[in-house]
Design a protein around this ligand. Structure first.
Ligand code: SIN
Length: 481
């Protein structure tokens, strides 16, 4: 049943593409069964594709922003027209529940719509001159040929969040999708071409071995910009490699999001926000709450109510009606979460719910609540990437801020409070690129997504996301009498 629906989505979205033979096996994390074989590109082939993209970019950049915007708008319409099939592809290769996959398609499409408009607003400026007879101005120009490397946890939205601004700016772009989730990226590419994007201007190149292609993206001097979403260790390698050509680089890396609940918070609202933040994609997002810091006087009430809500979450394959928690992406993901939970329990934490065993087996990890966690435990210092809520207790506002900032990461943070003075103080003191106040989900195409410290560089989405694909040129015009 599942496989039939997946095969229909593949047929509808990748018409003509042979997915019965190829070097890259794509499996369904819910069953472990192979659902497709995808052709993988060699490093030499990707190099040739870079050459073609570098030629094609000139004609694309020469089109008006309005023309490019109209093509992007058509692409947006096509993505939404194919929302259900695209959602089935996401669920089949990444495991997230179908309802959540539908939301991801809309989220991914929103970046295309946003940048279709924003490309038309890549304004330069005139600057009051520093001398008579001289005029000072700036223009923005496309950075050139770009490369992108995207993760498996958002197989569509992370593609459009990079490709749409690149295309809107007038760049060409080559994208290597995650090895686990190439089908969604290939489907998105096909819809872009159907909308009118020239095939050499946007090319998806699945590979079996990611490292050599990452190296190529950084060492080929035709690639002027690399955008990567993934782990901090890989981001560091790419950043060092990108130094070879001083290529522009954006990095959206790991997080360790604190979720702070102060004693003046609306506890029921905090629990709703906590569920949304923690359990999105079974806890497998970079902005998922990773540590719950709860003020001592409300800790027991919060823990009890939070645990009761978590106990009701439905763990099931993503295609099953009402599924809320799907499988983890693979054995390695499951092993990592298990090791963190086992380690925390060995170090003194207590499992109020769940724990290492899972009734469903496979890669389904039972939603788990740990109390008695301390900030020095591995589980508090690592990105869990699983449906595990670790709860710590703090006494004062200063303690909460100190504990929240005690990490090399700085992507997203959340807190619930009502006192206005506290809201401003805490928002300003949190060393994070994004702060959710009385809200557990902050992602949107209109807002700048990105981190500080070891969580990355640059911003995606919003008007700032376009600048990542543009160069600012200053022109001085003399001899003006
Ligand atoms: C991510 O996990 O990398 C992205 C999450 C989001 O866009 O909300």
């Amino acid at each position: 049943m599942t496989e039939n629906r997946t095969q229909t989505a593949i047929k509808n979205l990748l018409n003509g593409r042979d997915v019965t033979a190829g070097d890259l096996a794509v499996d369904d994390p819910a069953t472990g069964k192979i659902i497709a074989w995808v052709r993988a590109y060699t490093v030499d082939e990707v190099s040739q594709i870079i050459a073609e993209a570098d030629t094609a970019r000139h004609a694309w950049a020469a089109r008006t922003a309005k023309e490019r915007g109209a093509i992007l708008r058509k692409w947006f319409d096509l993505i939404l027209a194919n929302q259900t099939d695209l959602a089935h592809l996401i669920t089949a290769e990444c495991g997230k529940p179908l309802a959540e996959a539908m939301v991801e398609v809309a989220y991914g499409a929103a970046f295309v719509e946003w940048f279709a408009e924003e490309g038309k607003r890549a304004y330069g400026e005139t600057i009051p001159s520093f001398a008579t007879g001289k005029r000072v101005l700036t223009i923005k120009q496309p950075v050139g040929t770009c490369a992108a490397i995207t993760p498996w946890n958002f197989p569509i939205a992370m593609v459009t969040r990079k490709v749409a601004p690149a295309l809107a700016a007038g760049c060409s772009i080559i994208l290597k999708p995650a090895e686990a989730t190439p089908l969604s990226a290939l489907a998105i590419e096909r819809l872009a071409i159907e909308a009118g994007v020239p095939s050499a201007v946007f090319k998806v190149t699945p590979v079996c071995e990611p490292a050599p292609v990452g190296e190529l993206f950084c060492s080929d001097d035709r690639v002027r910009k690399l955008s990567f979403t993934g782990s901090t260790p890989v981001g560091k390698i790419l950043m060092a490699q990108a130094a070879q050509n001083i290529a522009k680089i954006s990095l959206e890396l790991g997080g360790n999001a604190p979720f702070i609940v102060f004693d003046d918070a609306d506890i029921d609202a905090a629990i709703t926000g906590a569920i949304a933040s923690k359990f999105r994609n079974a806890g497998q997002t970079c902005v998922c709450a990773n540590r719950f810091l709860v003020q001592d006087s409300i800790a027991e009430e919060f823990t009890e109510k939070f645990t009761a809500r978590i106990a009701k979450l439905k763990v099931a394959p993503g295609v099953e009606r009402g599924a809320e928690i799907g499988p983890l992406i693979n054995d390695a993901g499951y092993a990592k979460v298990s090791a963190l939970v086992d380690g925390a329990i060995a170090a003194g934490a207590v499992a109020r719910l769940g724990g290492p065993s899972s009734e469903r087996g496979g890669n389904f990890y039972a939603p788990t609540v740990l109390t008695g966690v301390t900030n020095d435990m591995d589980i508090a210092q690592s990105e869990i990437f699983g449906p595990v809520a670790s709860i710590m207790i703090f006494a004062t506002e200063d303690d909460a801020i100190r504990m929240a900032n005690d990490t090399p990461f700085g992507l997203a943070a959340y807190f619930y409070a009502r006192d206005m003075g506290r809201i401003w103080r805490v928002m300003e003191a949190l060393e994070y690129g994004m702060v959710g106040i009385n809200d557990g989900v902050l992602s949107s195409e209109v807002a700048p997504f990105g981190g500080i410290k070891q969580s990355g560089l640059g911003r995606e989405g919003s008007k700032h996301g376009l600048d990542e694909y543009m160069e600012l040129k200053y022109a001085l015009m003399g001899g003006v009498s």
